[in-house]
Write a new protein. Structure first.
Length: 186
């Protein structure tokens, strides 16, 4: 499911967000729900892998509760003229343990498994690089700076972090085409 997701990402980030910004001079009403949708997708990807575990049902309900709470926050309590970094950070608090657990299982528990043919490896490293390169900047913008004339420069730096994420999507799509059936996630 990486390819349809990547097509949606390209559509929203390249065309729709820019169109919305040109029309309404603000892209946050589009980008905030879109960013949440991305987090939901990331969580869904790892839920598919971990759903048969003893704690899979708990993970399912955690993801559903997270989705309901973040969308409620977005539409009823959040200022739509700012980036909603809080929901993204909470999503990554759930996502990081899942990513590390997956890496542990494919690196240490699968003997003679070539992780470089695993699309999730590229996906995970892209997510980690994007988050660690972009979201400290968002926290800096939203918390520490109240009146900032350089806000657009910071958001451009954040968009540079999207390069890591886009490369992760591309790596996952390309690698999933060469993945052997015995290594596909259950």
């Amino acid at each position: 499911m990486f390819l349809p997701f990547m097509v949606m990402v390209v559509f929203v980030e390249v065309w729709f967000a820019d169109w919305y910004y040109a029309r309404y001079d603000n892209q946050f009403p589009v980008m905030n729900p879109y960013a949440k949708l991305c987090i939901y997708y990331y969580l869904f990807v790892f839920y598919r892998y971990f759903k048969d575990r003893s704690w899979g049902l708990g993970l399912k309900w955690l993801i559903i509760a997270f989705a309901i709470l973040t969308m409620t926050y977005n539409f009823f309590f959040h200022d739509q003229t700012q980036i909603d970094y809080m929901s993204y950070n909470l999503g990554y608090l759930i996502l990081f343990p899942l990513m590390f657990r997956y890496l542990y299982e494919v690196i240490y528990k699968r003997p003679y498994y070539n992780v470089f043919h695993d699309p999730y490896l590229y996906f995970i490293f892209g997510l980690m690089l994007f988050y660690t390169s972009g979201f400290p900047i968002l926290g800096f913008i939203n918390i520490l700076i109240t009146d900032n004339p350089y806000y657009t420069i910071y958001t451009q730096l954040l968009n540079l972090g999207n390069i890591f994420l886009s490369l992760a999507y591309l790596g996952a799509v390309l690698c999933s085409k060469t993945m052997k059936p015995s290594t596909i996630l259950s």
